[in-house]
Design a protein around this ligand. Sequence first.
Ligand code: SF4
Length: 321
Amino acid sequence: MNPGRDTHGGTTPVQEKVRTLFGLLRDCVLCPRKCRVDRTAGERGFCGLAGEAMVSAALPHHGEEPVISGTGGAGTIFFSSCNLKCIFCQNYQISHIPGGRPLGTGALAKEMMVLEEKQCHNIEAVTATPHVPFLAAAVVHARMQGMALPVVYNCGGYENPEVVKLLEGSVDIYLPDFKYGDDENAHFFSGVRDYVTHAATAIAEMIRQVGDDIEVEGGIARRGIIIRHLVLPGHVENSLKVLALIERHFPLSVPLSIMSQYTPVPALTSGRVPGRRVTRKEYERVVNEAMDRGFEYLFVQDVDERHIAPDFGDDAPFHWN
Ligand code: SF4
């Protein structure tokens, strides 16, 4: 049954969750930073966002995992700002500042329906963590208008598990990062000292909702989870710790996407971030470790020297557009 509809005219469980999510904006704990600002009154916390959704771009995205992008592309909505703001972020133009277009629930739902009309395979919300009330409300709205695509929640892994619980019924596919194997790296790169426990707990809740696998029909994901990990140049040990953590907390059947796409961004070359792409030797060390540990479902990437960071100052931010 479409969770956005109630055939008896009442409020559905998903709509109740949306209402609870909007209530959290008044004392914001949408992410583990728990800034406790009243965003509905215009107060702003770490993410710099107030009481409306801000969208930086919405487009068919052909660079995700094959089961997410397929042939028609993911229907990707890049939300503005971020609750992590990693110092190496290749999307820094939109993640480090709260810019973009303000969109109400109806307008955001319309964006979803336009992406469906463009034959995208899903609606992929990128870094929607500080926007989840607006995302969930728009999903209800779009589904009531007939939108039938699965909803993908692509996030950095630094999630409030209590908030993730409220996404049950709104999200079909979770695409969380597991970025760091210890909180020293998390603090150095993302300024948080409690990443590991939040990522592990939030991902456990995601798996409770959608299972520990990815359901694929006709080559396209319909429901489930893929845990992503970006290998950082010079930080293979971090990746090995992440794999050990994932094995400790989750079944070996959980799909892993091991990513080689780290690209140094000239605007961020502060000397604190790796100034090169990952080497084949580094990447293969991590992939081999994953196979040795017995992970059953791996997505892997090529290793090359291309500059593949998007430019969100361009109308077509990615090279395939
Ligand atoms: S969503 Fe923004 S305001 Fe809310 S807790 Fe996170 S960083 Fe702070």
